[in-house]
Design a protein around this ligand. Sequence first.
Ligand code: PEP
Ligand code: MG
Length: 311
Amino acid sequence: KSVDTQSGSTGQPATKPMTGTEIKVNVSIPAAAERAAATGADGVGLLRIEHMILSTSKTPERYIADHGERAYVDEIVDGVRTVAESFYPRPVRVRTLDAPTDEFRQLDGGEDEPNEHNPMLGYRGIRRSLDRPETFRLELEAFRRLYDMGYDNVELMLPLVTDAEDVLRAKAIMEDVGLDPEKRSWGVMVETPASALSIESICEAGIDFASFGTNDLTQYTLAVDRNNENVADRFDELHPAVLELISSTIETCREHDVATSICGQAGSKPEMVRHLVNSGVTSISANIDAVFDVQQEVKRVEQRLLLESVR
Ligand code: PEP
Ligand code: MG
C-alpha cells in the first residue's frame, strides 16, 4: 500500500532537508500541479474533488443530468490524473465531494439544493455522499478508473465523518464499486470533534490514515463560524482544546498503526508544525508557498527532539 512512510521520497531536490516527518503540499486546482510538484514535497495532502465540479458552474446532479454519468466521471479522472501524473509515484490524497449547500446553491442546478439555515452543520461531505450514493458511486468509479490506468499513488479521503458508522457505510459502497479497501490507501478527515473522540473505532474500521481538517475542527470545537467576521478573532486553530483533540487523536492512531496528517490551513503555521511534530504526526501538508518554511521548521523540531532523547 502507498501509505505514508517515514523514509522520505526519491527524486527530490538535493536542497530538501531529510526529515522523519513527511512534508506534503495542498493542491487547490489541477492547474497548480506542476508548481506544487516542483516544491519537492513528499506528495499531495489534499486535492478537493469539488473544485473540478464547481469549475463547470453546475451542481454535480445538474452536471450529470446535462452531460451524463460518464462525463462526470471523466471530469474527475482528468483533474486527478493531472496531479497524480505530476507527482507520481509520490502519493496524492484526493478528497471526495465536500461543499456546503450554500456554495452549490449559487450554481446552475442550485435551486434543487436544500436551503439550510446552517450549511456548515448541514448536508455536506460524507453526509451528502451517503445520502446520494448514486453520485458518490460515480466519484468512486473515477478512483477505480485511475487505479486501472496505473495511478496507484492516488489515495481516497472521506470528509466530515462523525463516527465509525459513517466510515463503514462508505467502505461498503467502496467495496460494492470494486475498490478494494485492503489494497488501496484510504482514510478520513478528522474535522469534527466527534471523529476525534471516536477515533479508536474509526481506526478499527480499517483506515490507513487520518488527516486533520483544522479549518472545520476549529470551527466545530470552538463553535466559531469560520466565515463569520464578527467572531473571526475567536477563530484560533492553536486553542488548547483543538490542540488536545489533535494530540490525543495522533496518540490513538499511532497505537493502531494509522498514519496521521494535517491538511487544514494551520499546517502552514510554525506553532502548529511544532505541536504536530512533538505529538508524533506522520506528515504535514502545507500551502505551496509554505512548503519550504515548514520543511525547515520540522527539521529544527526534530533535531531538538533528537538532542533531548540522547541527553
Ligand atoms: C478543513 O476543514 O480544514 C479542510 C481542509 O477542509 P475544507 O477547508 O475544504 O472544509
Ligand atoms: Mg473541512
